[in-house]
Design a protein around this ligand. Structure first.
Ligand code: PLP
Length: 432
């Protein structure tokens, strides 16, 4: 046994990375896998952004920077936030981070003591629940409902908010559902929180999909709601908007300079600073006018794919898919498929110790991958609490239409293959 600290038993994981091991195993067996599990745009970062980084490197801009982030980038971010959200923000309140993930951990470590309550969306980005457990806070998931198109409103939050609620996490557009919150939803939530939550509550507003939003909707942030500028930690990333996942660039905009100093201190205690040439490429991403058209084209492409994927999914017997309003995921209900293939029955018959680690949706996800060569993610990948019996899969549209069509064909074939499923289970399934 490795000599690990006790606190590690609380640290969670992200299946989006783990499923790659399964994919590799399938490929080693000669199966060609269509990856509908991907959480990143299939586009490359724009040439003007690449060029900016290269020029900075050539000019020798490759030393430590202010751990808070270089001022020119923080100024661009402040302008961008003000333009889109109508909230003036000084660069002193912005902390540049290596991707959008660090601010999640920083926020949980900064604001929560053991026993404090956190409201967060479920299904949601799994890192929220991981950190909630790690800091021994009390999870209060708000369950997103298919019948509401995975939107939720103040009335859904109401029963979860108490005077012990120190943090509320919002994520619109949502991973994994594509649900989008409206201005009215956000304003009503703000009013409720100001009335009912802990007097010092904060909202962590994860807006990394802000630009991937369809049918002309305008992205809305709780930062712009009355009374919320001094309460909201805006989390954003260059990963999705500018197809820069591997660059690792994001930021947090904090309610006060004092809190920004704490986030800066977390940077100092971990990786010191984000590489300066990457920060300057981020500045180019925000400042170069060319990128407006590039982002708009990406949005149009994701919308076309969404339309094609949702229509195709709804043609598959036993499967029903709501139409996501944003992000690049579809989140179909596969309960009919589970019934048709006998998945639920197979699940019921599993020994309790195996059952506890899986779900009907997981069994179908593994079957579709190992036998039909199509990778997706199950509902359990997006928050374990309350995931029991939830028959959903996440399907990413971050592949071109040909790949998507082939992937959907394989899902359909898997959804009809009762005999194959029976055999898969009889042989133990690779990870039952
Ligand atoms: N928040 C959400 C909702 C996400 O889906 C992701 C990435 O998948 C992140 C944050 C993290 O973004 P980054 O890759 O920039 O760390």
């Amino acid at each position: 046994m490795a000599p690990l600290a006790r606190r590690l038993k609380n640290l969670g994981d992200e299946s989006a990375f783990k499923v790659n091991d399964d994919i590799r195993r399938c490929e080693e067996r000669g199966l060609e896998v269509i990856r509908l599990n991907l959480g990143e745009p299939d586009f490359d970062s724009a040439e003007n952004i690449n060029r900016a980084a290269i020029e900075e490197l050539r000019a020798g801009n490759a030393h430590y920077t202010d751990p808070q982030g270089v001022l020119p980038l923080r100024e661009s971010i402040a302008r961008d936030v003000e333009e889109k959200r109508g909230v003036a923000l000084s660069p002193e309140r912005i902390v540049v981070t290596s991707g959008g993930k660090p601010p999640i951990g920083y926020a949980l470590l900064t604001y929560l003591d053991p026993g404090d309550e956190v409201v967060y969306p479920s299904p949601g980005f799994p890192i929220y629940e991981s950190w909630i457990h790690f800091v021994q806070a009390v999870p209060a998931p708000v369950f997103l409902k298919e019948e509401k198109n995975f939107r939720f409103e103040a009335a859904d939050l109401e029963p979860l908010v108490t005077p012990r609620t120190k943090l509320v996490i919002l994520n619109s557009p949502s991973n994994p559902t594509g649900g989008v919150l409206t201005r009215a939803d956000l304003d009503a939530m703000a009013e409720l929180l100001l009335k009912k939550a802990h007097p010092d509550f904060r909202v962590l507003s994860d807006e990394v999909y802000e630009e991937i939003i369809f049918e002309g909707r305008k992205h809305q942030s709780i930062l712009s709601s009355p009374g919320m500028a001094g309460r909201t930690i805006l989390l954003n990333s260059f990963s999705k908007t500018f197809a820069m996942t591997g660059w690792r660039l994001g930021y947090a905009a904090l309610p006060t300079v004092e809190e920004a100093r704490v986030f800066r201190q977390w940077n100092i205690n971990t990786y010191s600073c984000t590489p300066p040439f990457i920060q300057m490429a981020g500045r180019a991403a925000l400042e170069n006018e060319e990128n407006k058209a590039i982002v708009a084209a990406m949005r149009r492409e994701f919308e076309q794919r969404r339309n094609a994927v949702v229509a195709a999914l709804n043609r598959i017997q036993g499967l029903a898919c709501a139409t996501p309003a944003g992000a690049f995921y579809a989140f179909p209900n596969i309960s009919g498929v589970c019934q048709n293939l006998g998945v639920s029955k197979a699940y019921d018959e599993l020994p309790p110790e195996i059952k506890a680690k899986t779900s009907p949706a997981t069994l179908f996800q593994l079957f579709a991958l190992y036998r039909h060569g199509v990778a997706t993610l199950d509902r359990r990948s997006f928050g374990l609490i309350g995931s029991e019996g939830q028959p959903y899969l996440r399907i990413s549209t971050a592949s071109n239409l040909d790949r998507l069509r082939e992937g959907l064909k394989r899902i359909e074939a898997a959804a009809r293959d009762a005999a194959g499923f029976e055999e898969f289970v009889a042989q133990g399934g690779p990870f039952l």
